[in-house]
Design a protein around this ligand. Structure first.
Ligand SMILES: [Fe+2]
Length: 291
């Protein structure tokens, strides 16, 4: 029941050229230009696309798309959100075509303020993913979805309740360290598709902390790290291994200001998963570089 995976993310970007350089030279994504305008779709697996970039005067998160398994599930989730007092709009045929899905509803997520879509029936391309640099690809198959998102939120408990009780997520674990307080949530075997962190000075609620993409090879991440260093892209957190999901990763600052995490090798959540509470986010490495 509920959300089955993180399907797609769309961004309004003030520097499309820098974003295209990052997503192709570092992440190796496949560019799919649109015939009807300047927006660009980016492919990372069998799906038509997972990331969309819209040229805009200012940078913002345009939409987060959560996948559900069927039309029936979509309607059940629609009803649950309505019962929660949320106003939803059924996606037009044009919007569904733009997202390359069979049906969707859009709404503003009430706790973080995220423009959100729930959908089912993603378009799968009959051609193989053709990366723009030599990479093994991304760990998205078997229902794992695009990756994960992390947000700062005002009310950690209310936000948690919404994702658990309305959207059907489950808790993976907790990490509290220094003045940070984070909760990790899963909706499929990926350790977390979403994490929420309590806001704090300089880290206001509603702001995207980072997007994570998980490579199929440690070498993809290693070569990517070298490219980032060679190009002078700001590294925000050095390579390291997370305490909870054991992801080996590093973080860079995107042209929009928020971060992206490029990782490999995370644990999967299974039926015998035990919820833990950690006192540090890393086992080793992951030293902060930026402010
Ligand atoms: Fe992450």
């Amino acid at each position: 029941m509920g959300i089955s995976s993180l399907g797609y993310v769309a961004l309004n970007v003030s520097d499309l050229a820098a974003w295209l350089d990052l997503t192709t030279s570092v992440f190796g994504l496949e560019v799919r230009r649109r015939a009807d305008g300047p927006a660009v779709d980016l492919r990372m697996d069998a799906y038509h696309h997972r990331l969309s970039l819209y040229p805009a005067p200012t940078d913002s998160l345009a939409v987060v798309g959560w996948e559900v398994a069927s039309l029936g599930e979509l309607e059940v989730l629609h009803a649950a959100l309505q019962a929660h007092g949320i106003v939803l709009t059924r996606g037009s045929p044009e919007r569904c075509h733009e997202r390359r899905v069979k049906a969707l509803y859009s709404f503003v997520e009430p706790h973080i303020g995220i423009p959100t879509e729930i959908y089912y029936g993603p378009l799968i391309s009959n051609t193989p993913f053709t990366p723009s640099r030599g990479i093994s690809g991304y760990n998205t198959a078997n229902g794992l979805g695009m990756g994960h998102l992390v947000f700062w939120v005002r009310d950690l408990q209310a936000t948690l309740d919404f994702y658990l009780k309305v959207l059907g997520f489950s808790i993976s674990d907790y990490i509290a360290w220094d003045d940070n307080d984070a909760i990790f949530l899963h909706c499929n075997p990926r350790h977390h598709s979403l994490a929420i962190m309590a806001e704090r000075p300089g880290r206001p609620a509603g702001v995207l902390n980072h997007i994570m993409l998980e490579a199929q090879s440690r070498d993809d991440v290693g070569y990517g790290y070298d490219i980032v260093r060679d190009k002078g892209i700001p590294v925000m957190i050095e390579p390291g291994k997370h305490s909870n999901d054991h992801m080996q990763s590093f973080y860079l600052r995107t042209p929009s200001g928020f971060w992206m995490e490029y990782g490999y090798g995370a644990l999967l959540v299974g039926p015998d998963w035990e919820i833990k509470n950690y006192d540090r986010p890393m086992l080793w490495g992951h030293r902060m570089v930026g402010p």
